[in-house]
Design a protein around this ligand. Structure first.
Ligand code: BTN
Length: 264
C-alpha cells in the first residue's frame, strides 16, 4: 500500500476541532518528541502535532531507542496544555492510550490493550509505545508532549531485539492498514476524551478496564529496586499497586513490568 503521510492530506481528512490543526509533517527528523518539546517551548498551541515518516533518533521510555522503518508506522507527538498539576499528567497519557485503542478497534477491528504503564499490546506482543514528556515553568505544568510510536505496516522481524516481542497491526490483521485514516481516527478519539477531561471527566476507570497487567504476577523494575508481587490495582495518578510477599501493598509510579517467569 503506497500510503505517504502529507500535511495537506491529513488536514483534508481531519475532523477534529483542535488536535492536529497546527501540524508539522516531516519525511525524516531526529525525534518528533524532541521537535515537539522545542515547538512547545516556542509557544505551539494546545493540540499541535508533529508527525514523521522516519526518525533517526527516536526515543523510547527509560532512555531506550525507538526503531521503525521509514513509512511503516505512525510516529507522532502531540502537544497538550491541560490546566492540571504535573502529578496528574499520567491522566493525559491514559486518555491518549484509550483514544489509540478505540481508533485501532474502529479502523482494524483489532483489540489492543495497555500494558502498564504505557505499552500498547496485542496478545502479549508490543504494537506501540508512548513516551510522555513534561514542560514545567517552576512548579507549574506548561505543556505535555505525548509521543506515540505505533507499528502499523511493518514486519515485526524488522524490529531489533526488544524487551517484549513486537507485533504490528498489519501482522495481526494479515492486511495493510491505512495510516492516514488511522491517524485521523486516533486524533478524533483522543480529542473526545481530552474535551471530556477538560470538563472534569476522569479517564482512570476506563484505563483500568483496558489494562492487561492487573491480576498478574509481576516484577516491576524501577530506578531504585525491583518490586515482585501481584499487580492488584492502579490509583488515580496511574501508579501500579503491587501486593508483595509480606502482604503489604507497594505503590510504583514509574517502572517497567515483566510478567514473572517470562518477559511479555
Ligand atoms: C516506549 O515504548 O518506550 C515509548 C516509545 C515512544 C516512541 C515515540 S515515536 C514518536 C515519538 N518520538 C520519539 O522520539 N518517541 C516517541
Amino acid at each position: 500500500m503506497q500510503d505517504v503521510l502529507t500535511r495537506e492530506d491529513i488536514l483534508a481528512h481531519l475532523e477534529t476541532q483542535r488536535l492536529g490543526r497546527a501540524l508539522e509533517v516531516y519525511a525524516s527528523i531526529d525525534s518528533t518528541n524532541t521537535r515537539a518539546m522545542v515547538w512547545a517551548r516556542q509557544g505551539a498551541p494546545d493540540g499541535a502535532l508533529v508527525c514523521a515518516e522516519e526518525q533517526t533518533a527516536g526515543r523510547g521510555r527509560l532512555g531506550r531507542r525507538w526503531h521503525a522503518p521509514a513509512g511503516s508506522s505512525l510516529l507522532f507527538s502531540l502537544i497538550l496544555r491541560p490546566s492540571i498539576a504535573p502529578s496528574h499528567a499520567q491522566q493525559i497519557t491514559m486518555l491518549c492510550s484509550l483514544g489509540i485503542l478505540t481508533a485501532v478497534r474502529s479502523i482494524t477491528g483489532v483489540e489492543a490493550l495497555i500494558k502498564w504503564p504505557n505499552d500498547l499490546v496485542i496478545g502479549g506482543k508490543k504494537v506501540g509505545g508512548i513516551l510522555t514528556e513534561l514542560g514545567l515553568v517552576g512548579q507549574r505544568l506548561d505543556f505535555v508532549v505525548v509521543g506515540v510510536g505505533l507499528n502499523v505496516n511493518l514486519d515485526p522481524s524488522a524490529i531489533p531485539e526488544a524487551m517484549m516481542p513486537p507485533t504490528s497491526l498489519s501482522a495481526e490483521l494479515g492486511a495493510p492498514v491505512p495510516r492516514r485514516a488511522l491517524l485521523c481516527s486516533i486524533l478524533q478519539a483522543i480529542e473526545e476524551r481530552y474535551f471530556a477531561f477538560e470538563n472534569g471527566g476522569q479517564p482512570v476507570a476506563e484505563w483500568r478496564d483496558h489494562l492487561a497487567t492487573l491480576g498478574q504476577p509481576v516484577q516491576v523494575g524501577t530506578a531504585e529496586e525491583v518490586v515482585v508481587g501481584v499487580a492488584e490495582n492502579v490509583d488515580a495518578e496511574g501508579a501500579l499497586l503491587v501486593r508483595v510477599s509480606d502482604g503489604s501493598l507497594r505503590r510504583v509510579l514509574v517502572g517497567d513490568v515483566t510478567l514473572r517467569g517470562h518477559r511479555v
